[in-house]
Design a protein around this ligand. Structure first.
Ligand code: SF4
Length: 189
């Protein structure tokens, strides 16, 4: 017991040091995204994440956006608890048969104007679940998708780049004149 106590007193933290504030691509991407969202909406960007049947690998990367290293809420990107408060639906996984109605209802409950991002190889094209009896397919088989972010899973930086690509797309075309269901492919990282 005493050995354990001494060891824990002098042990170094097992975690990595956080990058210093202002360092690297993260700060630059975050500030760019915050500025574009403020310019377009006059406020922060609200995101509702929907797991339509993923293995939860994509969720781990999405959750990382809110951890102490990425901490994207400081850039005005908020994950909200209800689709009624959301601008963007971030949908992961192939859509399973059991989740189809829930996804359609979530889409219907999101106020216009709204945008949908399919996240991960599964959300973009069914991925490793292709051919399974339990899935309907990619997200765009069920609801219109504005942007695809491939990867298995995509890293948090790729998610931020995808959100910036969406803001650019929104800025270039007002929602009313925008064809639905055609998405920009963000390069894999
Ligand atoms: S893309 Fe990869 S990590 Fe994401 S749900 Fe599919 S298998 Fe899981």
């Amino acid at each position: 017991m005493r050995t354990l106590l001494f060891r824990s007193l002098f042990a170094q933290p097992a975690t990595l040091d956080a990058p210093p504030p202002g360092a690297g691509a993260l700060e630059e991407l975050g500030r760019t995204l915050a500025a574009r969202a403020r310019h377009l909406f006059g406020r922060s960007l609200a995101i509702r994440q929907v797991d339509a049947g993923s293995c939860n690998g994509c969720e781990l990367e999405i959750h990382a956006l809110n951890n102490p290293i990425y901490d994207v809420e400081r850039f005005g990107i908020r994950f909200v608890a209800s689709p009624r408060h959301a601008d963007v639906l971030l949908v992961t996984g192939p859509v399973t048969r059991n989740m189809r109605i829930a996804l359609e209802r979530t889409y219907a409950a999101t106020p216009d104007p709204k945008w949908v991002i399919a996240v991960g190889d599964c959300g973009c094209g069914c991925g490793v679940f292709e051919g399974s009896y339990a899935v309907i397919g990619a997200v765009d088989k069920v609801i219109p998708v504005d942007l695809h972010i491939p990867g298995c899973p995509p890293r948090p930086i790729a998610l931020l780049e995808g959100l910036i690509a969406l803001m650019e797309k929104v800025a270039s075309k007002p929602p009313s004149s925008r064809p639905r269901g055609t998405g920009t492919i963000v390069p894999r990282h």
